[in-house]
Design a protein around this ligand. Structure first.
Ligand code: E4P
Length: 217
């Protein structure tokens, strides 16, 4: 499973990228607003750091304006994936950009039917939002499973990009199901390293190091 980092914070992207943990980046209007930077400028900087797909989201709602924005975003770098919402206008934009050879990430997916439509429209990525479904007491991981089944049934090549990930557990569950990519905030990716028994084991080893005066350097 590929890891995309879900942030527009340059320092955090660099830190994880240097560790080989970043196969791509996703942003959205809320993350861009949080960064306090111009969308074109910050996206260009991200694309210069990460070689994998960098999702940049359109902000228009009608198809013509969305297409114009998508074409402008795609010019930033070769690794841009234009992010469009799962609306009829977004699907129309997805089809046109995909036919032009531009990567498209269809976002705000909350049902298997929506994912089916995105694949038919030639999306490179479909982004089902796990956490926002869980927030409503629905099962976000079940949606990932359903989309995996449907795409495999018919050989759709659209990549399942599990999004709105809130916990390290979401990451391992997505990997078990077979999501192609998971995008998560930096703190969730870092939390994947944590285990209480690792901490406890290390405390024990360090106590013995102190007791026996073990030195390596
Ligand atoms: C990524 O592409 C999505 O925009 C993001 O994962 C949404 O996450 P949230 O539901 O935590 O805002």
């Amino acid at each position: 499973m590929k890891f995309f980092v879900d942030t527009a914070e340059i320092d955090q992207i660099k830190e994880l990228n240097d560790l080989g943990m970043v196969d791509g980046v996703t942003t959205n209007p809320s993350l861009i607003a949080k960064s306090g930077r111009d969308i074109l400028e910050v996206t260009k900087e991200i694309c210069s750091i990460v070689s994998g797909p960098v999702s940049a989201e359109v902000v228009a709602l009608d198809a013509d304006a969305m297409l114009a924005e998508g074409r402008k975003l795609a010019k930033i770098a070769d690794n841009i994936a234009v992010k469009v919402p799962l609306t009829w206008a977004g699907l129309k934009t997805c089809k046109t950009l995909s036919d032009d050879g531009i990567m498209v990430n269809v976002t705000l997916c909350f049902s298997a039917n929506q994912a089916l439509l995105a694949a038919k429209a030639g999306a490179t990525f479909i982004s089902p939002f796990i956490g926002r479904l869980d927030d409503l007491n629905l099962d976000g991981l079940e949606l990932i499973e359903d989309i995996r089944t449907i795409y495999d049934n018919y050989g759709f090549e659209t990549n399942i990009l599990a999004a709105s990930i809130r916990s390290a557990n979401h990451m391992s569950e997505c990997a078990k199901i077979g999501a192609d990519v998971a995008t998560a905030p930096p703190n969730v990716i870092k939390a994947m390293a944590n285990h209480v028994l690792t901490d406890k084991g290390l405390d024990g080893f360090m106590a013995d190091v102190a007791k026996a005066g073990i030195k390596i350097l």
